[in-house]
Design a protein around this ligand. Structure first.
Ligand code: NI
Length: 161
């Protein structure tokens, strides 16, 4: 059990699409444990497995004490639109306004493969959607305007050198 390194943009592993979890075994449970530890020590409200270099569809969330483990999450429905500020552990110090659906319905599994369905809204829904983006290799920088994206990309790539 250990805290893992959180990969930072432009690490290419963040651009790898994650695969569905098919084995609900001890290896998955170890990954989930490490993800909780890594998220808490990094003071994040959510973490997706690709952010620690594991290309699997696994997410942990703790937003104001509401904790969720999402394995193989699927977006079933979304409605409304809301703009709010968003950050990401893979973009330290960057906070950008992003427009997202206000209400969503999602299906997901737990570490034993049990299926659940849930409706969430507001900022909690935003956290779900942000983390689900990571599974499809979509990043915060892809959700801002083209001008902003070019600016951030240049700045972050320069910083990474
Ligand atoms: Ni993120």
């Amino acid at each position: 059990m250990s805290v893992r390194e959180v990969l930072v943009f432009p690490n290419p592993a963040l651009r790898q699409k994650a695969e569905c979890v098919t084995e609900f075994d001890d290896k998955l449970r170890r990954l989930v444990f490490d993800m909780w530890e890594t998220m808490y020590i990094s003071k994040g409200v959510g973490l997706a497995a690709p952010q620690i270099g594991v290309p699997l569809r696994v997410i942990v969330i703790d937003w104001e004490g509401s904790k969720r483990l999402l394995v193989n999450p699927e977006l079933l429905e979304s409605s409304g639109e809301i703009r709010d500020e968003e950050g990401c552990l893979s973009f330290p110090g960057i906070f950008e306004d992003v427009t997202r659906p206000e209400r969503i319905r999602v299906a997901y599994q737990d570490e034993n493969g049990e299926r659940a369905e849930e409706a969430v809204e507001g900022f909690f829904a935003r956290v779900f959607l942000h983390e689900m983006d990571h599974l499809d290799a979509k990043l915060l920088i892809d959700r801002v305007s083209a001008v902003k994206r070019a600016f951030l990309k240049k700045k972050l790539e320069r910083k990474a050198k």
